[in-house]
Design a protein around this ligand. Structure first.
Ligand code: CS2
Length: 486
């Protein structure tokens, strides 16, 4: 079967949407760090649609480590298919990514792109762990990548180090204008990235740090679309629909949302023409999404796995798990939020739970369970801290955190890989557990995850211990025992 590429683009069925601009004539204006499935299903799609409104906004995608995206897209002229898997399923070929580079292999080309005067935006989806942050949201100077970069500032391996080197060279060439756009699931993502970049630059050159603070913009953004990992079934389904072989399609639900802070130092694509919301304050949208969607995702992942469920759909289809998640959001998450006037949180919560019930999407709980040490601080622990400070309940939030503890013990016993940058210390903590309430102290001692104020809070510790003991038999009793927690 012929491959999907520039030559076969004109032979696709009329039902397949193809780039609405002259791709060969479009130059690169964005460098994106971390071109995983989410970037290719979300920002690259918005940008592909926006290119129909003009401008040179082709994307140079830079993988920080893996070669997979470059190797798989190279034979397709970097074209791939977005398969929207929903009631209104459709296929769209995305052409916005013009070039894929790997930092370790193509460092010189990467720097050329980053330092080009035609590059106006650096965007990132490097996941929470890619920011090298410590427990209070600042740069973790002890992080191995940061240590490496401070010792070798001209050959950075971290996103922070690469951004600072880029800015240093752009300033030296008189190209100060640049916007750095975080598209990751962190609260205050742009501010956190700016702080990490500033703190790293200060360690190298205080004047550079000040120039970055004065001239470079780091807008916050909220991103949302459920994007399960690509599997073989998708490759077969898409290749049959297109009539050509696409070895690297991506899938997502129909719902997609991008809210970006109005804070650019130069030009940008016409994203507002294709459904992106621009606002002066992203925080209300961002916190609501992180706490309602991602907080329920993580709670459902750990509880669902302990109850033997494999996908989000299976988990939310269990009436006891669904009742628990709804109670968690209604009783403890929504009261912690102060949303924009136009955002009705009950409607928003119900719409998210309806998205979980999409029978067409096979979203693995095991994928959501990755990197819990990096996710839970933003998804559950921030809500815990706010509720404790306000005298509100943390009982159900603690169930999600305690379920993570049991999940860690399950992974230790099971011997399967724990995907988490802190896997070793997490499994060491799990190994100290005996099964009783005192186990909680071993996890709370992990300062990279739990702030001292949280770990020492008697109300939180008590709620965690109660939940931990109640969940101890969940794998045997099943989700019905969750009803006793409500
Ligand atoms: C999920 C997110 O994998 C996970 O941790 O919770 O990727 C989630 O699907 C997206 O944030 C939805 O916008």
């Amino acid at each position: 079967m012929q491959r999907l590429n520039q030559a076969s683009l004109g032979k696709l069925p009329a039902t397949v949407k193809v780039p609405g601009y002259v791709r060969e004539q479009t130059r690169i204006g964005i460098v994106h760090l971390g071109p995983g499935a989410f970037h290719r299903a979300h920002q690259a799609v918005y940008t592909d649609d926006a290119l129909a409104f003009g401008g040179h906004w082709g994307i140079c995608a830079v993988s920080m480590r893996s070669r997979g995206v470059k190797e798989n897209l190279a034979e397709q002229d970097n074209l791939y298919t977005l398969a929207v898997i929903d009631n209104d399923s459709r296929n769209q070929v995305i052409g916005a990514i013009k070039e894929v580079l790997v930092l370790g292999d193509d460092r010189e080309q990467v720097m050329t792109r980053l330092c080009s005067p035609e590059t106006h935006i650096i965007s990132l989806t490097i996941t929470e762990k890619g920011y090298c942050l410590n427990g209070d949201g600042g740069l973790d100077q002890t992080h191995a990548d940061i240590q490496q970069d401070l010792a070798n500032p001209d050959a950075p391996v971290s996103a922070v180090g690469l951004i600072v080197l880029t800015l240093q060279r752009r300033f030296a060439a008189g190209i100060g204008e640049l916007t750095v756009l975080s598209c990751d699931n962190l609260a205050d993502n742009g501010h956190k990235l700016a702080r990490a970049v500033y703190e790293y630059a200060q360690l190298l050159d205080a004047a550079l740090a000040e120039q970055i603070r004065a001239e470079v913009r780091f807008p916050c953004s909220m991103v949302d679309s459920i994007t399960p990992a690509t599997d073989d079934a998708l490759k077969v389904q898409v290749s049959e629909a297109l009539g050509v072989q696409d070895n690297w399609p991506i899938q997502r639900e129909s719902f997609t949302q991008w809210v970006i802070e109005n804070n650019f130092s130069g030009p940008r694509p016409a994203w507002e023409q294709v459904g992106v919301t621009f606002t002066d304050d992203v925080s209300g949208y961002e916190k609501a999404k992180l706490r309602i969607l991602n907080g329920s995702h993580s709670s459902l992942a750990y509880l669902g796995i302990l109850c033997g469920r494999e996908t989000v759909f299976e988990g939310i289809s269990d009436p006891d798990l669904a009742a628990f998640i709804d109670a968690l959001l209604t009783q403890e998450v929504i009261p912690s939020l102060n949303p924009p006037a136009e955002l009705d949180l009950v409607e928003y919560k119900n719409a998210i739970l309806a998205r979980y019930r999409n029978p067409h999407i096979r979203h693995l709980l095991a994928q959501i369970a990755w990197d819990g040490s990096q996710k839970l601080p933003f998804r559950l622990l921030g809500t815990v801290a706010d509720n404790l400070a306000a005298g509100r309940s943390v009982k159900l939030l603690s169930v999600g955190v305690a379920a993570w503890f049991h999940f860690l013990r399950f992974k230790l016993a099971d011997g399967s890989e724990l995907v988490d940058p802190l896997a070793n210390v997490l499994l060491e903590a799990a190994a100290k557990c005996q099964g009783g309430a005192e186990d909680v102290a071993h996890f709370l001692a992990l300062g990279q995850v739990f702030s001292k104020s949280l770990a020492d809070n008697p109300n939180f510790v008590s709620a965690l211990k109660t939940a931990y003991v109640q969940l101890a038999t969940l794998q045997e009793t099943g989700a019905h025992s969750l009803t006793e927690l409500l």
